[in-house]
Design a protein around this ligand. Structure first.
Ligand code: ATP
Ligand code: MG
Length: 243
C-alpha cells in the first residue's frame, strides 16, 4: 500500500517539529527515514499511524485520505507498526504471544492450542522459525533476551499481515548478531509489505532501503537513492562524521 504525506506540519507549542514535509512512498517500497536526534522522525511515524494530528497537511494510505482516521481504523486498512516500548505479554510464553497476534487477525477458536493440526498452531510454528525463536517457544516472554524480545515484537507486528510496516529504531540496543537477525527477517518480507524504517544504524539503513528521506529540525533536506543521499552535502553537514 502506498503512503503519501503532503505538506505536513506538526507544532508543539510555537515550535514546528515537522515543517511542510512531503513523502511519496510507493507500494512495496523499502523507505528509510533518517536524521539527527530530535529531527522529527518518530513524530512523523506517529502522524502516519494516527497517534498525532498534524496542524496542517494530509496523510493518504493507498487511495484513502487517512488524515482524520483514528489509529485502529488505519490498522484495519493494513497499517502495522512496532513501538519503542515493549508490547509483549511478559507472563505468556513466546509461542502464546505469537498465537494471540495470529488469532487477533483470523479470529478463530478461543483456545490457545486447539487439538490436532490447526492453522493457528501451524502459522505460529512457521513464524517462530522465521524469527529464529523456535527454541524459545515455551519460555515466558519476560525471560528472554532484549534482542529476542525485539524480534518477537517484530514478528507480532508481522502476524497482523500489514500492507505497511512502520519501524521505529528496530535495531536500537541490539548486538551485531541481533541486528543481523532483524535485518535478515526484514529482507525476507514479501513485496506486499511496504516498509518505512527509522534507524540510526546507517549500515542497516543502506542494506535495506531503496530510497532514503532525511529530516533535520523538522525539514526534509534530502530524498532519493542511498548513493545520492550519502553524497548530498546538506546531509553530510547534518550528519557530521556519521558517514
Ligand atoms: N509531546 C511532545 N511535546 C513537545 N515536544 C515534543 C513532543 N514529542 C517530541 N517533541 C519534540 O519534537 C522534536 C522531534 O522529536 P522526535 O521524537 O520526533 O525526534 P526523532 O527524530 O524521533 O529523534 P530521535 O532520533 O532522538 O528518536 C524534538 O525536539 C522533541 O523534543
Ligand atoms: Mg525517535
Amino acid at each position: 500500500m502506498e503512503v503519501t504525506v503532503t505538506d505536513l506540519t506538526v507544532r508543539f507549542g510555537a515550535v514546528a517539529v515537522l515543517d511542510d514535509v512531503d513523502l511519496e512512498i510507493a507500494s512495496g517500497e523499502r523507505r528509510a527515514l533518517i536524521g539527527p536526534n530530535g529531527a522529527g522522525k518518530t513524530t512523523l511515524l506517529n502522524v502516519i499511524a494516527g497517534e498525532l494530528r498534524p496542524a496542517q497537511g494530509s496523510v493518504r494510505l493507498g487511495t484513502r485520505d487517512a488524515t482524520t482516521l483514528p489509529p485502529w481504523k488505519r490498522a484495519r486498512l493494513g497499517l502495522g507498526r512496532t513501538f519503542q516500548r515493549s508490547t509483549l505479554f511478559g507472563q505468556l510464553t513466546v509461542a502464546e504471544n505469537v498465537a494471540l497476534a495470529v488469532r487477533a487477525r483470523i479470529r478463530g477458536s478461543w483456545r490457545f492450542w486447539p487439538g490436532g493440526q490447526h492453522p493457528v498452531r501451524e502459522e505460529v510454528g512457521k513464524r517462530l522459525e522465521a524469527a529464529a525463536l523456535a527454541h524459545l517457544a515455551n519460555r515466558r516472554a519476560a525471560n528472554i533476551g532484549h534482542g529476542e524480545q525485539r524480534m518477537l515484537e517484530l514478528e507480532l507486528a508481522l502476524a497482523a499481515s500489514p500492507s505497511v510496516l512502520l519501524l521505529d529504531e528496530p535495531m536500537a540496543g541490539l548486538s551485531g548478531a541481533e541486528r543481523q537477525s532483524v535485518l535478515n527477517r526484514l529482507l525476507t518480507l514479501p513485496r506486499q509489505v511496504t516498509i518505512v524504517i527509522v534507524e540510526h544504524d546507517l549500515d542497516a539503513v543502506f542494506a535495506i532501503a531503496e530510497r532514503v528521506s532525511v529530516l533535520d529540525h523538522g525539514v526534509k533536506i534530502a530524498d532519493g537513492g542511498p548513493a545520492a543521499v550519502r553524497a548530498d552535502p546538506r546531509v553530510q553537514e547534518a550528519y557530521i562524521g556519521a558517514f
